[in-house]
Design a protein around this ligand. Structure first.
Ligand SMILES: [Zn+2]
Length: 274
């Protein structure tokens, strides 16, 4: 893609990151937040994703990390609309994840750009200071914790969808991305980066995503970043298997197996805390 043509589709730009209507996208009206200078500036990524979040109340934020594309500096923001069934949207996005994004024509991108330029930001819901969800329960955190950060916990998902499956959650209750604080997001990305680097070097592929809103498939009302580690899928059957687990969930591990696995990961990843 010619960089100068791409400039026409920029919605907002900070000193290192920009928000654009991408050439390739997973769904209509998707946005992309990406670095245009080689530097990690997760605070800027947070600001741009939060801006995108003011336009919608249900969305899915996604990236894929592989040995060829080993960094977290490009994310897709996929809105979910109320005008069609949530399931059909989820299946359509998952299909695009496994089959690859589709190319948008300049005309389609221009329509999306104009749509955003004409939009008015929504006022987000007031913050709740505490919750009764799983990630507000100390016993759940205790059972699944692999790494404890300053403002976030890195947990192992009790029903892993891939070879490994981590959940990064803020220690404080935040219902969804709109309530998440900048420092918590930056720290979550810091740990996600260390984890994906660890696995990408071993040849794994990592899917990272978080959901806001029931229509987008958010089930636990406490923000969590999924980090799913999978073997590079070679054929469609394997890809569909991963997609199916991402969509409908996976089998929970028995308590003894969970405890053993969490302990193994604590040892394997202890150097990441240094
Ligand atoms: Zn909570």
């Amino acid at each position: 893609m010619d960089a100068t043509i791409d400039q026409d589709f920029v919605i907002d730009r900070l000193s290192h990151y920009e928000m654009v209507v991408p050439e390739k996208s997973l769904a209509p009206r998707s946005l992309q937040v990406r670095a245009y200078k080689e530097l990690y500036a997760y605070d800027e990524m947070y600001k741009l994703l939060q801006k995108a979040a003011t336009y919608w109340d249900n969305f899915f934020i996604y990236t894929q990390v592989t040995a060829e594309q080993p960094s977290l500096d490009k994310w897709e923001f996929i809105p979910y609309t109320r005008d069609s069934y949530a399931w059909t949207q989820q299946i359509s996005v998952l299909w695009a994840v496994i089959q690859g994004a589709s190319v948008q024509s300049p005309e389609q991108r221009k329509t999306t750009l104009e749509d955003y330029q004409g939009r008015i930001s929504q006022i987000s819901s007031p913050q709740k200071l505490s919750g009764t969800d799983a990630f507000c329960k100390p016993e759940v955190i205790e059972r699944q914790r692999v790494i404890s950060g300053k403002t976030v916990e890195v947990l192992f998902n009790y029903a892993p969808m891939g070879e490994e499956h981590f959940l990064i959650v803020p220690k404080e209750h935040r219902t969804d991305f709109r309530e998440l604080q900048e420092g918590e997001f930056v720290e979550a990305l810091h740990w996600a980066d260390k984890i994906v680097t660890h696995y990408v070097h071993q040849g794994f592929t990592c899917y990272l995503y978080h959901k806001t809103g029931a229509i987008a498939g958010q089930t636990v009302p406490h923000w969590h970043l999924h980090v799913v580690i999978v073997k590079p899928e070679k054929d469609l059957k394997e890809k569909l298997h991963v997609a199916w687990r991402m969509l409908v969930g996976a089998r929970p591990l028995p308590p003894a197996e969970l405890s053993e696995h969490v302990h193994k990961l604590q040892l394997e990843l202890q150097d990441l805390s240094k």
